[in-house]
Design a protein around this ligand. Structure first.
Ligand SMILES: Nc1ncnc2c1ncn2[C@@H]1O[C@H](COP(=O)(O)OP(=O)(O)OP(=O)(O)O)[C@@H](O)[C@H]1O
Ligand SMILES: [Mg+2]
Length: 244
């Protein structure tokens, strides 16, 4: 069986791609899947902290893609999310060539059920390389006009590149999000971006704190259930979208 490769993208920065990547990976792993998360973002490493591998990384994805080390040396098991493995981004520099990433995916393919690729915001080299190896894209956005507009642009590029399986994750939805008026409701998010919704992740202080501290997200946090539902939907289960 070969791995399903899913890229996590956004137009605007800071919408929650890395957070969604780690927590989705953790729930797929909890469902018994072999999951590798590749952080394809140079200079803005954050997956190491969120997944609890901070300080354990010797080799990073740029070492692997440039041939300085074998993939196995850069893969670190998350200590807080069992079953989730991570290859971190470099602290700085690093060129992402699509051909190098394609080769890496070929090597890893039979060892994992899912390879998640956390990309940098926008349409740069990490995004383009990820598109060239992915079967699915999750577009992560926050419900604000800039994220929606940029999300629409990214969705168009994904579709133009031939990636048909694109799904929308609306992140950081709080009880008063749509009362403030900038974005009316979830329908406006879906209509503006023109991508089918797969998950709504609540605004969560517990998630923000646990991510920053490299601690696991508590199973009783509202966001935990949302990530579990996202993972189950990706695994093909029919879980209704309930927005609180
Ligand atoms: N659902 C949420 N509730 C509360 N805080 C969140 C949520 N999702 C993400 N955050 C916070 O938002 C910030 C940005 O998240 P994250 O680093 O995952 O975004 P990103 O899209 O990967 O950013 P970048 O574009 O810089 O790579 C972090 O402080 C994170 O803890
Ligand atoms: Mg990120």
């Amino acid at each position: 069986m070969s791995a399903q490769v899913i890229m996590i993208a956004s137009g605007k920065g800071g919408t929650g791609k890395s957070t969604v990547s780690v927590l989705l990976g953790s729930r797929l792993a909890a469902a018994g899947k072999r999951v590798l998360l590749i952080e394809l973002d140079s200079g803005l490493r954050s997956v190491d902290i969120i997944s609890g591998v901070y300080g354990k990384t010797v080799y990073d994805i740029s070492d692997v893609l440039s041939g300085r080390c074998q993939a196995a040396k850069a893969i670190i098991e998350s200590s807080i999310y069992p079953g989730l493995s991570v290859i971190s981004a470099p602290y700085e520099g690093g060129v992402v060539e699509p051909q190098a990433l394609q080769k890496l995916i070929q090597v890893l393919d039979s060892y994992y059920d899912f390879v998640l690729i956390d990309t940098a915001a926008g349409l740069g080299a990490p995004f383009k390389a990820a598109v060239s190896v992915s079967q699915m894209a999750l577009l992560v956005l926050t419900p604000d006009p800039v994220a929606l507009r940029d999300g629409h642009i990214v969705a168009d590029v994904l579709y133009d590149a031939g990636l048909q399986n694109v799904r929308l994750v609306v992140n950081r939805v709080g009880p008063n999000t749509f009362e403030k008026g900038a974005v009316e409701d979830l329908d406006e998010c879906i209509d503006t971006v023109a991508v089918q919704l797969i998950a709504v992740i609540p605004e969560s202080v517990a998630l923000q704190r646990s991510s920053a501290a490299g601690q696991p997200l508590a199973a009783n946090a509202l966001a935990y259930r949302a990530f579990d539902n996202l993972a189950q939907r990706i695994l093909g289960k029919d879980i209704p979208l309930v927005v609180r």
